[in-house]
Design a protein around this ligand. Sequence first.
Ligand SMILES: Nc1ncnc2c1ncn2[C@@H]1O[C@H](COP(=O)(O)OP(=O)(O)OP(=O)(O)O)[C@@H](O)[C@H]1O
Ligand SMILES: [Mg+2]
Length: 341
Amino acid sequence: MMNTATIAPTAAPEPVLDIDNLQLVFPVYGGQVNALNQVSLRVNAGEIVGVVGESGSGKSVTAMMAMRLLPPDGFSVTGGRLRMLGLDVVNASEKQMRTLRGARVAMIFQEPMNSLNPTRKIGRQMCEVIRLHQGLDRAQAQAKALSLLQEMQIGDAGQVMNRYPFELSGGMRQRVLIAMAFSCEPELIIADEPTTALDVTVQRQVLYLLQQKARTSGTAVLFITHDMAVVSQLCDRVYVMYAGQVIESGATAEVITHPAHPYSIGLLQAAPENAQPRSMLKAIPGTVPNLADLPPGCNFRERCPYADEQCLHAPALRPLDGGRQQAACWHPQRTGQERGA
Ligand SMILES: Nc1ncnc2c1ncn2[C@@H]1O[C@H](COP(=O)(O)OP(=O)(O)OP(=O)(O)O)[C@@H](O)[C@H]1O
Ligand SMILES: [Mg+2]
């Protein structure tokens, strides 16, 4: 007779990034900043997943914790877990983290000038990274750098390799960084607002190139932004964060056409289609609660038009209508659809 315990589950393979009820605090004088409050989020292989929310909602802390780039003595994880490519990031050694960073997981930051060495030509920087992680010789690394730049539709890629970062436009620099991120053939790229500083047209082009390259290489992307228009262009699924908490998640198309959490509704109302980015999050009245002194109950309560007595108790993230969209709200709105039980 078969031992049922040995039958392999038919479930999907382990996600490349799996964050489960993560709680993270920064101790500060006289208290603590509750930066992440039970964040659960996953990215499956090859998926492009967005994290959206206004300033201070915990997007960058989530990304930095995944890469374990937060100052080691400056934070503490008080609950939950975070696994990246099978590694328990909260408890991993620095040596284990180094096997992931830059090689199996790459990160792209908002300001490319901070990530590029200003004193070295583009080609040399790219080749160094490629050789370090891939053991290619000089000529092979150069050929690879060139073809990656061409894939990012940099016309005179050969010339660009001979330039210094300051000689390139912002959009060009960001394409170089994306090329570098892909150069080690990572399984996951974490991009923290990489196009926020670019104008809308250039931003669209860069996002399109990132998306195409991720699709053809099967690389998963966790894309952080405060801009719903960017999410709708790029992402398969989206997590909406508010005050260190995921308050809604689901397929991008669903969340955008039928947002359920009043905060997501506010974000989207503030961002009509094709709206100019950066103008969008200002329309929700009120401010984000102080993370050092969170009120009991729902964190959005004080800004919410639907808040009532029930909202004095914190709502957990739960599925709507038995589907895959989830919201942490006692009064999810289902505009254009039957309302959930
Ligand atoms: N080292 C730190 N010590 C204390 N508080 C911190 C520290 N790092 C981040 N925080 C706080 O954690 C919260 C979340 O910050 P985070 O940078 O993740 O926001 P964000 O969503 O990325 O915002 P933005 O859109 O402005 O980049 C903020 O209130 C921030 O002030
Ligand atoms: Mg940030």
